[in-house]
Ligand binder design. Structure first.
Ligand code: SF4
Length: 501
């Protein structure tokens, strides 16, 4: 498909490619899209948008030809009509709206988040709130100016309100620590992370852990010199409980030695895969003061689990949760995914009811996302985006209602490109049991110092200054390029010396 964007006589060097392409992807996930900036003789499916300066305004001429259908639309953007931001922002919003509405008419699909294509709708709502003032004004603008469905606007705004009191505890010195363990028992069909199956990559673990401990020491020394204050710790990946008990003890021992863990109000370890959980490993987590764990069923249906390459049964999740409770873990997150292969609405509902019956303090409902690097995409090609499709909107709305009735409320929310039917991922929790790390990291509230392969340090000075420092992605690169990873840590100190924006 060709997306032709032509900008003429504009008072700025506009670049709307990314947003316009994201709108197209809402309707045609997985399609190849070529963006051009010169007029071409149209061939096949194409979209053409010409933006021309007209006095103080911007005229937009849109033509869409897809699957033999043609749509044409035009708009004139005037300075008096700016919703937020300047003319450039407004012209981009109006171009996206024009394209969105044309594609809705052509395809009969209405993506529920309208023209919001970013991963963090709550963050966007917070920006709108700063401009528009009240929550009611933000809601109205989301629905009218961004074509967000009312139920999605309400979900985002409830989430925003749930975060307020937690974000108010943040200080300029606050930071969280992320530690990545990129190993898993097997690789899930939909996985796009760097995680490696332990049977093939297990030989890397001892050296990986050695270097990880050195990286943690270095981060701790920098944080201490800068006078930073540790708020939360999150050990994820991957599946950290893929490590053997003594390897876990080595890692958590290093954490205890290097960091003032007493300062942090949350210490999470992802014990995501039930087939990686044993009494000995949970005992190590308890001994080192881990306060929150994740046990992620994704589905409590063996047929679905088998289809997505999880080498465990639903019963193993129930057993792992019973063991965790017996050992005193009283803050547990459980993830479920909607839209999985072989999953039916009934199967998803049964899984949700079982997770509710287990009384997990956090329940995160994800929508299956098809990533280019996943086995799901490799196996099914572009069909991966449609397989098992049934209307997810109603199913998610029902599940949110069930969660609300059981006393849960949404506390963090994000979206991913390629998620089935453009739905979202939402974390729900019982009162006072919000996963703090999730909020701080998703909302760029404070710096996340990160260690391990694939980890990304995110240096934040709210409201808007964010700089990322990347570690190498794969464990073998992490090992071979370790000195460079340590070098890059200098950027942390430089960032704090530069001061706030
Ligand atoms: S458990 Fe998570 S990180 Fe591991 S393979 Fe599955 S999706 Fe990937």
């Amino acid at each position: 498909m060709t997306l032709e964007l032509i900008l003429q006589n504009l008072p700025w060097e506009g670049d709307f490619d990314y947003e316009a392409e994201c709108i197209l992807r809402l309707f045609f996930p997985g399609e190849k899209i070529a963006v051009l900036h010169q007029p071409q003789t149209p061939q096949g499916d194409w979209v053409s948008a010409v933006l021309t300066g007209q006095g103080e305004g911007i005229a937009i001429e849109l033509s869409v030809q897809i699957g033999g259908q043609t749509q044409k639309a035009r708009d004139l953007v005037l300075p008096s009509e700016i919703v937020v931001g300047g003319m450039e922002w407004e012209a981009e919003r109006r171009l996206c709206l024009l394209l969105y509405e044309a594609l809705c008419r052509m395809t009969g699909i209405r993506p529920p988040w309208g023209i919001l294509t970013g991963v963090r709708p709550v963050n966007f709502c917070r920006k709108l709130q700063r401009e528009l003032g009240s929550i009611a004004a933000v809601r109205e603008s989301l629905i009218r100016d961004y074509q967000v469905l009312p139920q999605k606007a309400d979900l985002a705004l409830s989430t925003l309100q749930a975060q307020e009191s937690i974000l108010a505890t943040n200080t300029p010195e606050s930071y969280s620590l992320y530690v990545g363990i990129p190993f898993c028992p097997t690789r899930c069909l939909y996985c796009s992370f760097v995680s490696h199956a332990i049977d093939r990559a297990g030989k890397l673990v001892p050296e990986y852990l050695e270097l990880l401990c050195r990286e943690l020491e270095e981060i701790a020394a920098i944080a201490s010199r800068l006078g930073l204050h540790l708020r939360t710790v999150y050990i994820g990946g991957g599946t950290p409980t893929t490590l053997e008990p003594e390897q876990l003890a080595k890692l958590l021992g290093q954490m205890e030695k290097s960091f003032p863990l007493f300062q942090s109000s949350e210490y999470t370890v992802e014990a995501g895969r039930p087939d990686s959980i044993t009494r000995e490993k949970l005992q190590v987590l308890k001994d080192f003061g881990v306060s929150r764990i994740s046990i992620n069923p994704q589905a409590l249906d063996d047929k679905v689990l088998q289809a997505i390459g999880r080498a465990h049964t639903a019963q193993e999740t129930l057993d792992a949760m019973a063991l965790a409770r017996e050992m005193g873990f009283d803050n547990v997150n459980m993830d479920l995914i909607v839209g999985l292969p072989e999953q039916t609405p009934e199967s998803f509902n049964r899984s949700l009811e079982q997770v509710l019956a287990l009384g997990a303090e956090n329940i995160t409902i994800h929508t299956l996302t098809v990533k280019r690097s996943s086995d799901l995409r490799a196996t099914f090609g572009s069909d991966a985006y449609d397989r098992g499709s049934y209307p997810l909107d109603a199913l998610l709305a029902q599940s949110q209602e069930k969660l609300r009735q059981a006393g849960y409320r949404p506390y963090y929310l994000y979206r991913q490109q390629g998620s089935r039917q453009n739905q979202e991922n939402t974390g729900f929790c019982l009162p006072g049991r919000e996963g703090l790390y999730n909020i701080f990291s998703m909302e760029d509230a404070h710096t996340i110092l990160a260690a391990g392969a694939g980890a990304v340090t995110k240096l934040c000075a709210p409201p808007d200054k964010v700089r990322r420092v990347f570690n190498y992605k794969y464990p073998y690169e992490y090992i071979s390029g370790f000195e460079e990873i340590l070098n890059r840590k200098r950027q942390i100190t430089e960032f704090y010396k530069e001061g706030s924006p």
